[in-house]
Design a protein. Structure first.
Length: 169
């Protein structure tokens, strides 16, 4: 009996779901699946519907309304970690922290005034060249060449670590 019912209702369900889906914001397949589930529940509790085509049309429209209501009430999470993708992913956070530690360790190994100069450049206070020069007690004009020299040293210190990390794939 149920196989005959399914075979009889399938073309009608496909047509009804395809017609209602665009206005409901749902995929036709989702509506079909919801109606088949409803039919199974109905068969378990009440047996086959008395007017299967009429029941099916009402069920499709009911599911389409439910989908429309759900879609209109759903709101995206705006300040949730999942909405920000990788930026709140534990693995991403751990790797970023490891990169920051490696950078700070390399900065401490720099020669001469370079550690204090690079720390000033990395400062969250976003210091100007004038402020950095005043803090380090050097002229503002020598800050650019000194910065270039220090960054070159830092690049050489970090090159083995970067090359070792990238070779692992």
């Amino acid at each position: 009996m149920t196989d005959d019912l399914v075979a009889t209702l399938r073309p009608l369900l496909i047509a009804e779901a395809s017609a209602e889906a665009p206005a409901s914001g749902a995929e036709p397949g989702d509506l079909e699946q919801a109606v088949w589930l409803r039919l199974l529940e109905h068969l378990d509790s009440d047996g086959p519907p008395l007017d299967p085509p009429g029941w099916l049309r009402r069920a499709v429209r009911s599911e389409a309304r439910r989908s429309r209501r759900t879609t209109s009430r759903e709101r995206p999470y705006e300040n949730e970690p999942a909405a920000d993708g990788d930026h709140h992913d534990p693995e991403h956070l751990a790797l970023a922290a490891a990169r920051r530690r490696a950078l700070r360790d390399a900065v401490r190994r720099l020669p001469g005034r370079c550690p204090s100069l690079v720390e000033a450049l990395l400062s969250p206070e976003d210091l100007t060249y004038r402020e950095i020069a005043g803090e380090l007690g050097i002229s503002q004009g020598s800050l650019g060449p000194e910065r270039s020299r220090c960054l070159g040293c830092l690049r050489r210190l970090l090159a083995p670590e970067v090359a070792a990390r990238s070779s692992r794939g």
